[in-house]
Unconditional design. Structure first.
Length: 66
């Protein structure tokens, strides 16, 4: 399984977090994941292409949100 790099908590920046949440699709991902139970990624994809979903997860990961 691919290991992703996550920023340390000390590196979190408010502007980066707000930018990540400014997109409605990324905000919906965070809201769906907020139930604090493991969830598969497939239902989060919807009708979007995998490359688009990967991009959105990358932005959320760089902001430290997922």
């Amino acid at each position: 399984m691919k290991q992703y790099e996550h920023p340390p908590v000390e590196a979190f920046e408010l502007t980066c977090i707000l930018h990540a949440l400014s997109d409605p699709y990324r905000l919906s991902i965070v809201q769906k994941l907020s139930v604090l139970q493991p969830q598969p990624c497939a239902p989060l994809q919807g009708d979007r292409p995998k490359s688009s979903v990967s991009h959105h997860f990358s932005v959320l990961r760089k902001a430290g949100l997922v």
